[in-house]
Design a protein. Structure first.
Length: 459
């Protein structure tokens, strides 16, 4: 990491109080690298390094800090410097910071902003949480179709300095409705007197301001865009969303799904920043639910206590049977949850999923059944524990594996779709949850087949 390579040099400059050289060194770095260096320092050194940066660069660096560091620096900098940084920040990143703050602190931060920036910040905060409106920035270039390429380039030179991106220029009508978007290369390659309308093709993609942020992920992925325009329901252009913000949302959503798959409530903060009590709260609930679920497994075992007392060896195969069902269910649920997240399947595909997983479960069950029967054969060959009943025992284990694996596969594939249908997050059908459910049914399937195959012999 760059911070480990540069840190000794920075510390030497700090200790020697050579702030001029220190500032010159940092000006040659990218904002992300500067942020990495500052985060690797002690709190006092963080503030010292940050204060050396010009306002524009400081705002860019500030956006790469985690929330705690941002808040700490704001409080340490004082009103004037904090005001400069907050006013210089891009509106979308500033909104993300304000979202994490208590309302009383947000009011204080809004007071640091200029009237124009304060209005922008308030407008963005009025949109629903997790909506596209919270992600967008009003820093874009918009032009009219009656303009020429020459007028457009002049407009970009005059107003483009502080815009979020210049890759795409947006065309609006007199009422502000979006009517097209044009890549900057089109203007650079066209004759100066070419009318903008001659460059338009009417083919553009947009986001709606009240849509859920997750919808932006799929649109960006599908159309491979750097930025997308955001409109209200009447088509008025309100702002743009850039791919860097969408990548952050995608990472957060993927992290949340992974945590839920592991039967953990989604963490609001990163793992190192999550406190002891919060970690207990996030994990104890699901563990308790799973524990209660496993009680039913114990109850199922008790129900077949008479059969177990007659043939104790039946208990030996219980872990083999139920773990196979749980593993197959976990595989299926993970695949389906991910396919849903990627948009590869939807609820309407439930029957094709059911049919595929039925065949897959049957095939996997047969494979494990053959292995299970072979295990019983090896056991009988080496110990002669089952005498003439070993074939029936082998068939009991084999058919149980087929049934349990099929059941686990079907439950693992159908439960996420069912949860999606009734409005819940499919990720909550976590692997441990599926495994617990299959444990109970696996016991019932196994001992029911044992009674069927071994009745009149061992039972």
């Amino acid at each position: 990491m760059i911070s480990q390579l540069i840190k000794p040099e920075i510390l030497e400059l700090i200790n020697s109080r050579n702030f001029q050289d220190l500032k010159s060194v940092m000006l040659d770095w990218e904002p992300m690298d500067i942020a990495e260096i500052i985060l690797d320092m002690d709190e006092n050194e963080q503030l010292l390094l940050f204060r050396l940066l010009p306002t524009g660069l400081a705002a860019d660096v500030f956006e790469y800090f985690d929330y705690d560091t941002q808040v700490s620096l704001i409080h340490a900098m004082g009103g004037d410097k904090a005001s400069e940084i907050l006013n210089e920040m891009s509106p979308d990143d500033r909104t993300a910071l304000f979202e994490e703050m208590p309302s009383n602190v947000v009011k204080q931060m809004l007071a640091y902003l200029s009237p124009d920036e304060r209005k922008i910040a308030r407008d963005l905060l009025l949109y629903p949480e997790n909506s596209i409106g919270r992600l967008m920035t009003p820093d874009y270039i918009a032009i009219k179709k009656e303009w020429t390429v020459s007028q457009t380039l002049e407009h970009i030179r005059k107003y483009g300095q502080d815009k979020e991106t210049l890759n795409v220029i947006y065309v609006i009508d007199d009422k502000g409705h979006l009517i097209d978007d044009i890549k900057i290369r089109e203007f650079l390659l066209a004759e100066l007197e070419t009318p903008v309308i001659d460059l338009m093709d009417g083919n553009y993609v947009l986001l709606k301001v009240h849509d859920d942020q997750e919808s932006a992920i799929e649109v960006f992925k599908k159309y491979d865009r750097i930025a997308l325009p955001v409109t209200d329901n009447s088509g008025v252009l309100l702002g743009i969303v850039t791919v860097d913000d969408v990548l952050d949302i995608a990472e957060a959503e993927a992290t949340e799904d992974i945590q839920k798959i592991a039967a953990v409530e989604a963490l609001e903060e990163s793992y190192p920043e999550t406190g002891y009590l919060s970690m207990i709260k996030k994990r104890a609930g699901w563990l308790s639910v799973l524990f209660v679920g496993e009680m039913f497994t114990a109850s199922a075992m008790t129900y077949f206590e008479n059969e177990i007392s007659k043939a104790v060896f039946l208990a030996v195969f219980v872990p083999l049977i139920i773990s196979s069902g749980g593993n197959s269910g976990s595989q299926a649920s993970t695949l389906i949850i991910r396919a849903l997240a990627l948009g590869e399947i939807s609820i309407k595909n439930w029957f094709s999923v059911f049919r595929k997983e039925l065949l897959v479960g049957l095939t996997l069950g047969v494979i494990l059944a053959l292995l299970g029967f072979f295990r019983v054969y090896i056991w009988q060959s080496t110990t002669d524990s089952f005498a003439s009943t070993w074939v029936m025992i082998g068939l009991t284990v084999s058919f149980s594996l087929v049934g349990v694996v099929m059941w686990g596969t079907l439950m693992g594939s159908m439960l996420p779709l069912l949860l999606k249908r009734i409005g819940f997050d499919p990720a909550t059908s976590s692997a441990p949850f599926i495994a617990t459910l299959v444990d109970v049914t696996g016991i019932l399937i196994y001992f029911s087949l044992a009674v069927l195959f071994l009745h009149g012999t061992l039972l």
